[in-house]
Design a protein around this ligand. Structure first.
Ligand code: PLP
Length: 462
């Protein structure tokens, strides 16, 4: 080897032996690799993955302030579950729960039970389990035959996949209220057709993943209220506020979707969506301990402490929780409000530009969540489709997925932009200009036709 006489520690990175070998392995290397070489090669391995800031497919945050990331990286080694070793970290988590309880209009913040989680998926599991356990305890008391049928959960067909997981993992029948052209959120007039004595609860979604639309939670609450007056079996509501839970309180505080509604017993959100933290944090809160059965609270005697915990995961870094606290503390209510209103302006500006082309039917114009969602008009009379437009946008680095709506509406293919805090005005302008250029390009492109293209998901939507 030509460079074998150069000592390893001063060898240029790209002259190193490791640089000549594959980085992605099936078996652990025998020899170590020097840190700076390992850093460069792994970083390069990820180089063609796309720019997270231009990824408008995701609700998850792609920007935090340098002070926040510094703080988070400095405490990465602290384990959030070691509450007796890191009591101040635990207090910051508790403070976040209190602040969120207040944002969600809890009648008594001190009564609220809550915890951080890895994300909304873990939070939804906990919310669902609490409903299941409470339903079972009450049903037993009423003398219901628990073996006669499976317990069920009522939700619109626009559910996020975590609810399907919940129902599979915990053996619950998922009763889907179908979406249709007239009802792009849960059809409240049909809810009671899906409810019986075995219903553990209804899930209302504040921000349906596909379109960003809100379920009419106020009406859900009045349906539950009336039902509960007439039945011994109690209908309770869990709100999946993964995307809306930390957006709506700042932007539309008058909208009653939260603990102001009597039958809303628990709410989850993703701190890493409009809570503005990098991925890895969610929250679940229960109105009070009545709705979180004791069986789900574990007292962990841990290294000398005796601490209640209700999360599913055990060890994880405290960074994300402290990042959430940083954002709440640093931005305050007004800061969140201004950031979110900017995202809303961005979405509405993009929606107007999209609408102005006359080619698209708009499903969401950024009015509720900063989401722009549209389909190609049936009479648009163009030779390209949204998948081809998505491809063109991707050539300029923008990841803006096209995908079909859920079952029953799956002949409709939509495209969706998720606007986030870091999509500033200048970026919006260049995005719109790229969008127009891409439209012109697909108009003029020579498109090769294959067999009829079936609706499919292009890009990762979540
Ligand atoms: C994103 C999302 C989830 C899952 O959230 P994670 O935090 O990614 O686990 C659940 N429900 C809805 C409505 C969502 O938008």
């Amino acid at each position: 080897m030509s460079n074998k006489n150069t000592p390893d520690d001063i060898k240029p990175i790209f002259a190193s032996l490791a640089a000549r070998e594959d980085v992605v392995l099936k078996k652990i290397r025998k020899q170590p690799v020097e840190a700076k070489v390992a850093y460069r090669l792994i970083k390069d391995q990820l180089i063609d993955e796309g720019n997270a800031r231009q990824n408008l497919a995701t609700f998850c945050q792609t920007y935090m302030e340098p002070e926040a990331t510094q703080l988070m990286s400095e405490i990465m080694e602290k384990n959030a579950i070691d509450k007796s070793e890191y009591p101040e970290t635990a207090r910051l988590e508790e403070s976040c729960v209190n602040m969120i309880a207040d944002l969600w209009s809890a009648p008594d913040v001190d009564e609220v039970m809550g915890t951080s989680t890895v994300g909304s998926s873990e939070a939804c599991m906990l919310g669902g389990m609490a409903m299941k356990f409470r339903w079972r305890n009450l049903a037993k008391k009423r003398g219901l035959d628990l073996n006669a049928q499976k317990p069920n959960l009522v939700i619109s067909s626009g559910f996020q996949v975590c609810w399907e997981k919940f129902c599979i993992y915990w053996d619950i029948e998922m009763r889907e209220v179908p979406l249709d052209k007239k009802h792009l959120s849960i059809d409240t007039s049909k809810i009671l057709d899906y409810v019986d004595d075995y219903t553990i609860g209804i899930v209302g979604i504040l921000g349906i993943t596909y379109t960003g639309k809100f379920d009419d939670i106020k009406t859900l609450d009045s349906i539950a209220e009336k039902y509960n007056k007439e039945h011994e079996h109690e209908l309770v509501i869990h709100i999946d506020g993964a995307s809306g839970g930390l957006f709506v309180p700042f932007v539309d505080p008058k909208l009653a979707w939260d603990f102001r509604l009597k039958n809303v017993v628990s709410i989850n959100t993703s701190g890493h969506k409009y809570g503005l933290v990098y991925p890895g944090v969610g929250w679940i809160l229960w109105r009070n301990k009545e709705y979180l059965p004791e069986e789900l609270i574990f007292s962990v005697s841990y290294l000398g402490g005796d601490i209640p915990t209700m999360a599913i995961n055990f060890s994880r870094s405290a960074s994300q929780v402290v990042g959430q606290f940083y954002n709440f503390y640093r931005y305050g209510f007004d800061g969140y409000k201004e950031i979110h209103n900017n995202s809303k302006d961005a979405a509405m500006t993009i929606a107007k530009a999209v609408e102005k082309t006359g080619l698209f039917d708009i499903y969401n114009d950024g009015e509720n969540l900063p989401i722009v969602c549209y389909s190609l008009k049936e009479d648009a009379n163009v030779k390209w489709n949204l998948y081809e437009l998505a491809d063109r946008l991707q050539m300029r680095g923008w990841q803006i997925p096209a995908y079909p709506l859920p079952e029953n509406l799956d002949n409709i293919v939509v495209q969706r932009f998720v606007c986030r805090a870091d999509l500033g005005h200048n970026l919006v302008e260049s995005l719109i200009s790229d969008f127009h250029d891409c439209l012109e390009e697909v108009e003029n492109a020579r498109i090769l036709y294959h067999d009829d293209e079936k609706p499919h998901v292009q890009g990762f939507i979540h």
